[in-house]
Design a protein around this ligand. Structure first.
Ligand code: ADP
Length: 191
């Protein structure tokens, strides 16, 4: 069974990774799907987030990273997935997630939303919290994988152009992991 784990992942945190890791034990394949949302001003481009996710999940052979736009159920159908995987942290998540799951059910009766409760230690953790801490100079080493902590510190501490991030500039794509670019090179970040 294929599960889609959709979200912004700007950037991916240890909380997301916990859900991905546990999902990868439940499903044959987990597709971490970055939503291309033109209405949000993200810290990292979609391409940078994909590289960050691929590095963070390279030890999980049945996990893939991809991006999509439009309706999540349409993307799920296109990928022949039967499940939308979501994480639940608090009651506030529950209200939004339940509404989204019900809405998606009206769009496709074939696709089920499966919720995994957050592990206790990540119940407070979100991408926004990570960015807020980093913006004020705090360490996020305990909240995100090391390569992402480095990317974040470059954004906030040194005012690096995001195109020069270590993960996107130095590490070549893995041949075994599907990349968006047909040439196999790391695509230029979005402008
Ligand atoms: P969105 O922009 O849709 O909120 P996110 O990338 O923040 O997307 O989150 C994607 C999914 O991961 C959501 O289901 C969210 O509830 C879940 N999630 C985010 N952080 C955590 C966490 N710390 N523990 C468990 N689930 C989480």
């Amino acid at each position: 069974m294929i599960a889609i784990y959709p979200g912004s992942f700007d950037p991916i945190t240890l909380g997301h990774l916990d859900i991905i890791q546990r999902g990868s034990r439940l499903f044959d394949q987990v597709v971490v799907a970055v939503l291309r949302n033109p209405h949000k001003a993200p810290l990292f481009t979609v391409q940078q987030r994909l590289v960050q996710i691929r590095i963070a999940t390279q030890h999980l052979s049945n996990v893939e990273a991809d991006s999509f736009d439009g309706l999540t159920v349409n993307y799920a159908q296109q990928r022949q997935a039967q499940v939308l995987l979501r994480g639940l942290r608090a009651i506030s998540d529950f209200e939004v997630e339940l509404q989204m799951a019900h809405t998606n059910k009206t769009l496709s009766t074939q696709i089920e939303t499966v919720f995994l409760a957050t592990s206790n230690e990540y119940s407070f953790l979100s991408s926004s919290v990570v960015k807020e801490i980093a913006r004020f100079g705090g360490s996020v080493d305990h909240l995100v994988p090391p390569h992402i902590a480095l990317d974040i510190s470059k954004c906030y501490n040194h005012n690096y152009p995001t195109a020069n991030l270590a993960t996107t500039a130095v590490i070549p794509p893995l041949q075994t992991i599907p990349m968006e670019s047909p040439t196999g090179t790391i695509p230029e970040p979005e402008v």
